[in-house]
Design a protein around this ligand. Structure first.
Ligand code: ATP
Ligand code: MG
Length: 468
């Protein structure tokens, strides 16, 4: 156990002594032990899992008293308890045997031995544990060859995968999540069992699924996780729109690119520049509505007109179904999907300031993220084209900067209020007020008048007659 932070060692010894005093055996298990052997143990780790032979709740209560930790949560139904101590979540569970019912992942729990408990863990690499009792402090238990799987970078279940996944289908998602995070391979038998049982994911709640999916999205190369999800059939169980991106059509010798693999390339590209979950989700969704907008014409070849607007329209429905948040984060993704073609349209030499101003106005604070998404969207393998397209965006960004410095259009608010318009035109509230406001906005964005309060007021006086 060399290399473990002293504060954790002290804590482990204390927990071992408390367990000994009530005649229990206690073990650290799961992520902590796994990450230690992977040399990935970070000193700012927040949760540590313990399993005891005997009641995990009783042990947690004794430990909390000993540590003078007054925050403890007990989950009687699951036989677990959580102690908060010095920024750590210490999770205690009593070793158990479980038998699951077919229609639910809520287990019928029975007390068991350490061996029983390790049999029901999801993966061999997660079933490693260290004993903490004074007599055998630090002794490793590795009943399923977890250490050897760590060395050969293999994801495998402790017992027959069919049984492990049948007991709790969420484990199929976890297997792929860990393969992605750790860059491991899923063992053939394990993968075959996932393919066979993918349909059983339907009994799992969307909250649990999205937790695992988001960990895949946040991995350093998320594409490897999505390609496993596709191959195994799991992706189609909860995200059929994404599976529909797969495939290439050919007509008159013209082929379009495969939008599934393109989307994954865009996702990996954005993952290299940003850890933001929602920017990554924007990459996943940017072309989501390409299939229904696909057309072929002999003159222009394949087109996907309107996939940006339609995709934006789909975002709320997909977010709701997947259990993603329906708040400003959804709106953010929606906005990037809606605008993702706009910067490309600005890449030509003769672009006007007015077009740039409109983009700044519409993208607002999301402008930088939008540009990052557009750059990630360039997936051509032709180096000459890649350089050329990136240079085009350099120019767009330079233009944006210049226009911004001149016109302060970002987060722009109309300098003329509805009240002012009603006063000047001497009208009551009604559609005319909105029309006049829109005219003033367009005049400023189109550069007819400068972005300035006085100029806007003068303009209002000038167009007044047209409305009275
Ligand atoms: P991390 O916290 O880095 O995601 P972890 O391995 O600690 O990884 P947790 O979800 O905290 O993952 O679970 C702790 C341990 O509990 C796991 O290592 C595994 O042994 C076990 N476990 C968690 N979920 C399941 C499950 N659905 N089926 C079987 N065992 C599980
Ligand atoms: Mg954990």
């Amino acid at each position: 156990m060399t290399g473990i932070p002293d504060k954790h060692l002290t804590l482990f010894r204390t927990i071992g002594e408390v367990a000994e005093s009530i005649n229990q055996q206690v073990f650290v298990v799961g992520g902590y032990v796994r990450d230690y052997y992977l040399n990935k143990l970070s000193s700012d780790i927040t949760d540590i899992d313990f399993v005891s032979v005997g009641s995990g709740i009783t042990l947690a209560q004794k430990v909390a008293t000993k540590l003078k930790a007054n925050r403890i949560s007990v989950f009687k139904k699951f036989g677990t308890a959580q102690v908060k101590f010095n920024g750590l979540d210490l999770e205690f569970v009593g070793a158990r045997k479980e038998s699951y019912r077919k229609d639910s992942r809520k287990p019928a729990v029975e007390n068991g031995t350490l061996e029983d408990d390790q049999l029901r863990r999801d993966l061999t690499i997660n079933a490693l544990s260290w004993c903490l009792n004074p007599g055998s402090f630090g002794v490793l238990h590795d009943p399923f060859g977890g250490i050897s799987d760590l060395k050969s970078r293999i994801i495998r279940t402790p017992i027959d995968p069919g049984q492990t996944f049948d007991d709790d289908p969420l484990r199929m998602m976890r297997a792929i999540r860990f393969a992605t995070q750790l860059d491991f391979n899923v063992e053939d038998k394990t993968m075959a069992a996932i393919k066979k049982m993918a349909h059983r994911l339907t009994i799992i709640s969307k909250e649990r699924i999205i937790d695992e999916l988001n960990k895949i999205v946040l991995a350093s190369r998320p594409s490897s996780g999505f390609s496993l999800l596709l191959e195994s059939g799991l992706l189609g169980e909860f995200f059929p729109e994404m599976v529909n991106l797969l495939g290439v059509d050919e007509k008159k010798g013209q082929r379009h690119k495969d939008n599934f693999w393109h989307t994954l390339e865009v996702l990996d590209n954005i993952a290299e520049t940003s850890d933001d979950l929602w920017l990554r989700w924007a990459a996943i969704m940017h072309d989501i509505a390409k299939p229904p907008t696909k057309r072929f014409s002999p003159d222009t070849g394949w087109t996907f007109h309107g996939h940006d607007a339609l995709g934006a329209k789909w975002v709320p429905r997909i977010f709701r179904r997947l259990g993603l948040p329906m708040d400003e984060r959804m709106k953010y993704v929606q906005k990037l999907v809606r605008l993702h073609l706009r910067p490309i349209a600005l890449a030509s030499e003769e672009v006007t300031d007015s077009a740039i101003r409109r983009l700044i106005y519409e993208a607002g604070d999301e402008l930088e993220d939008l540009m990052a998404l557009c750059r990630a969207d360039i997936t051509t393998k032709n180096e000459w084209k890649q350089t050329k397209f990136q240079k085009n965006f350099d120019r767009v960004e330079k233009n944006i900067k210049e226009v911004e410095e001149k016109d302060r259009i970002r987060n722009w608010k109309n300098p003329i209020s509805g009240e002012q318009i009603m006063e000047v035109l001497n009208v009551k509230p009604g559609p005319v007020v909105g029309q006049v406001k829109e005219r003033i906005k367009n005049a400023i964005l189109d550069g007819i008048i400068p972005n300035d309060d006085d100029e806007a007021y003068r303009y209002l006086l000038k167009i007044k007659e047209e409305y009275t």
